[in-house]
Design a protein around this ligand. Sequence first.
Ligand SMILES: [Zn+2]
Length: 226
Amino acid sequence: MYKYAIIILATLLIFSCGPKEKIKRYEGNIDVDSPIYLVPIGDIEDRFITALVPKLKTRFTTDVYVALDKRIPVPDDAFDYDKQQYVAMYVLADMVKKLKFAPDARVLGITNVDIFTPESDRVFLFGMSYKKGNMALISKVRMDPRYYFGGKPNDQLVIERMEKEAIHQLGKLFGLENVYDPECVMYVPKDLKELDRKTDSFCLECQKTFQELKKSAEKNPFAGKF
Ligand SMILES: [Zn+2]
């Protein structure tokens, strides 16, 4: 009889201590009121932009529009000849100057050129946001396996990576900050491995922060719309 008890106990032990906790896959959304617009910046395939809509609609529970007719070129003066990359802030400044949307709209530019910022040691950026202008920018180029020697095309992977970066930068436009939780979408990945490791979800802490931001904005007429 006790033989069975041992088997049951052992099974329980295996299941409870089991494989070291797996990455949590949570579904964390924030409920915003303002619309989101996606705008191609320079030469990028439309399919990579339209593919982002369903996930963004879920994470922000708002209307997400693809504004292909608003496409603008990547500004030449943003190009840094030494680095052979574009200065992200200059591209963003050009977007703010040329793209006209309702004041509360959040605008995400999507480009296929390599971007960087002189203010950071990082060799490149996946994206950058300019909160004052309600605009952000993401670059697909380093998310595409075809960028690397021998890399095979994988649209699904590229889109998953773009979704995460788009949610991160739009999260910044809606008042959230970078976090240390490597699984939260608000974490700043230093490379593709870290980008692939994190989820496309807002963690509970970020969801709470957003609720508080929204609540305090109700009492402050200068806080702007969420
Ligand atoms: Zn978080």
